[in-house]
Each structure stands twice: as C-alpha cells, then as structure tokens.
Write a protein that binds this ligand. Structure first.
Ligand code: GCO
Ligand code: MG
Length: 405
C-alpha cells in the first residue's frame, strides 16, 4: 500500500543556536524528521522548503525516496548550492526516517547494515595560550576522546577561529546584531602554529590523534609551508588549508607534504568534490549529509570516494543538528570508507528540543537502534525557543581587506 505525504511543516527553533527542522507526516500517521540548518542563512532554507517545496511534496508517494530526490534536484532546473541542497537533504532525511519507522528498522539496516561496531570521533580543544589549550585537551581526554582538534590563539590577534578564552565552549555564530568582524594575519599564525602543535604532541605523547583546522585562510605556498612544518607533529589531518574552491592549486600543496588533508565541509554535491576525489588531492571528505543533499546523495559520493581510497570525515559542529548528526552516524556505520566523525556535542538546551538516541562513549559514536533515525523533536519545546538572528563572523586583514573567514 502506498503511503503518501500528507503534511509538510518547517520549524525554526533556537535552543542556544538556530536550527531549521522539517517534519513530514504521512497519510497513515508516520512522522519523519529532517534537518535543513545552514548557519547564518537559516531563513533562506526555511523559505525554500515552506514556499517552494511543501505544496509540491503533499500527495507524493513517501516510499519513493530516490525518485523524490531526483524530482527535487533535476526537477528544479536550478541545481546545487547550499540552500537548495540543504532543503533537499531535509526532505531526504525525513523520508529515510519514515521508511525506517514504517518498516520497524534503524536506517543503517536499510543501507546494508553495520560494517563496523562504532564510529571513531574527534572533538574540539581550544585555548588562547598553550597552558589553556593543554588543559582543554586534558579535559577532553578525561571524557574518553581519542582524537582531538587543537585550535589556539595567535599573538597580536584578538579573535581567532575556533578559539575561546577561559575554557568556554566555542560557537562561531554570534547571536543578535550583524556579523562580528575579526582581524586576521597569516604571517603571525604561521610563525606560531608549529610551536603550539609541537607542544601539544609533546604533552599528549604519540597515540592521541591530533587534528587542526586552518579554516580556508592560506594560499598554496603558505599551506605547503605549514604542512611541512607539521610533519613531525604527526597530525591525523590538517583541514581546509586553502579555500575549497581552489582545487587545482591543492596539487602543489599535496606534492610538498604527506600530512593528510581534509576538505569539503562547504561542498554540496558530488560535482564540488569530483576533482579532489579523482586526483586524490584529499584523504578525508568533510561533507555533511545536511549540506550534501541528504543520505541519498552522500552515499553515492562516498561510494565514488571509496574507489579512490578517500575516506569520510564528516562535518559535525554544533550547527549540524542532532537530526543530521544521527543520519550521518547511520550512513557512516554502513559505509566501508569511513574515517572519523567530528563531534562537538551540544548545549544542554538542544536536548530539550531534540531527543536523540545516538551516544558517545570511550571516544566512539554509535547511532541508536530505534526504527528510523532515532531522533524525536519536541514541538512544544521548540516553540519556546524562537529564532534569533545570528551570523558567522567576517574576517579582514590588518589593512582592512576582506579575508576568507
Ligand atoms: C568545523 C568547521 C566549523 C564551521 C562552522 C560554520 O570544522 O567544525 O570549520 O567550525 O566553521 O560549522 O557553520
Ligand atoms: Mg572546519
């Protein structure tokens, strides 16, 4: 018996930060949840879903996930881009959730079943100076993490991506008002980064996996210099060394270093990642299911990447909601070329709206075994946290020129 889509609702809620959540209800009463959060541009995706997709979805066969994906991607004529792909992802996740619930199985079973027992994850350590950073690393180690991303302050700069002072949790989006501005100086960062990361390695010993995110700031020469200066630190990966659009230029960086490279959190389709995969210019692909068109598109991309020995290292910051975090864990549990998952954790308020069954323990994540994606959304709680305008910061060089943030 065909099950049709009867209701499509978009929830924008802000329990400590903004999330855009899609609810699809079928005529036989199954509810599926999707995530469409695009940090700093949330309302654009909410409008895409509400104003352009909702009425076209009502009455469609809810069981036809791939057909719906093709309909929304090819059928729109205007393809790709973060807004479109986050909207398609939300529908896709909700339909996988519905299929799992209707059949009584967790989504990873629908994807072929688990190929491993648990998913290695990394979390963030942040400190303005070395002692503060080492403290932060220690706190994360005590929580069981086996892989840690280290971000640190740079002398002469007031604010730096990924860094807080006094041990506060990092959250890049500023709430209320316009985008904050930060001054950035690459030369100061390049002088400082190798010493700090060497100090962290010295402190933690050889086993802990260490990662670092350069957050799109460098040109290929600077990127190669940084990577070469970090060879002895034995990083698990160095992330976003150059802006992700400049793919040809990554060849030069690659030729200079054996430090594993990760890129792709801003990608939205296989076409964004094509060259990086086929030329194997990266070791880890950072695309998240929410920004990469959902499970249906991401599983094809990862199958393609498998042929080139590129692994998944999905983006998992606080702006990837528990719905897409859970979807990503289901996908990765069933994907052979999985490498590591980012996991920042969530503010306790997020748990008032999203009840999720995935768990982190001993440095590994695992989705729950409930039917579907294993996340319930409390709509009454969501309504208590109305949207708050929020922006990611904008960076400028010392002379005022806008720089990649
Ligand atoms: C990461 C990312 C994030 C992004 C943020 C933007 O590696 O986790 O770089 O910190 O900047 O998710 O929305
Ligand atoms: Mg990053």
């Amino acid at each position: 018996m065909a099950r049709t889509i009867a209701g499509v609702d978009v929830l924008v809620t802000s329990p400590s930060r903004n999330f855009v959540t899609l609810k699809i209800t079928t005529d036989d009463g199954v509810v599926g949840w999707g995530d469409a959060t695009l940090n700093g541009r949330e309302l654009a995706v909410a409008a895409y879903l509400q104003d352009h997709l909702a009425s076209a979805l009502v009455g469609r066969d809810a069981d036809r996930i791939e057909d719906t994906w093709q309909y929304l991607y090819r059928g729109a004529y205007w393809r790709r881009g973060p807004v479109t792909m986050a909207a398609i992802a939300a529908v896709d996740l909700a339909l996988w959730d519905i299929k799992g619930k209707a059949l009584g199985v967790p989504v990873y079973q629908l994807l072929g079943g688990a190929v491993r027992d648990k998913l290695l994850c990394y979390t963030h350590a942040t400190g303005w100076d070395v002692p503060e950073l080492l403290d932060s690393v220690e706190r994360k180690r005590e929580q069981g993490y086996r892989a840690i991303r280290a971000q640190f302050g740079v002398p002469g700069l007031d604010k730096v991506y990924g860094v807080t002072r006094g041990g506060a949790a990092y959250e890049p989006a500023g709430r209320g008002g316009g985008p904050a501005e930060e001054v950035w100086e690459t030369s100061a960062y390049l002088r400082h980064a190798p010493t700090v990361l060497a100090a962290v390695r010295e402190h933690v010993g050889p086993e802990l996996k260490l990662l670092h995110d350069a957050h799109h700031r460098l040109n290929p020469t600077e990127a190669a210099r940084l990577a070469r200066s970090l060879e002895q630190v034995d990083l698990f990966w160095l992330e976003d060394v150059i802006p992700a659009e400049n793919q040809r230029l990554l060849r030069g960086v690659r030729a200079q270093t054996t430090v594993p490279l990760a890129i792709g959190e801003v990608f939205n389709s296989v076409w964004d990642a094509d060259r990086l995969i086929t030329e194997r210019l990266i070791d880890y692909l950072r695309m998240a299911v929410v920004h990469g068109g959902g499970i249906s598109h991401m599983r094809k991309i990862l199958a393609f990447a498998e042929l080139y020995q590129v692994k998944a290292g999905p983006h998992g910051p606080s702006d990837v909601s528990p719905v897409s975090m859970s979807a990503s864990l289901h996908l990765c549990l069933a994907t052979t070329n999985f490498g590591i998952h980012e996991f920042m954790g969530y503010d306790p308020l997020v748990g008032e709206v999203f009840r999720s069954s995935f768990r982190m323990s001993d440095g590994y994540l695992r989705p729950g075994d409930e039917p579907g994606l294993g996340v319930d959304v409390d709509e009454a709680a969501a309504a208590r946290f109305p949207y708050v305008q929020a922006y990611l910061p904008v960076a400028r060089e010392v002379d005022g020129t806008v720089k990649d943030w």
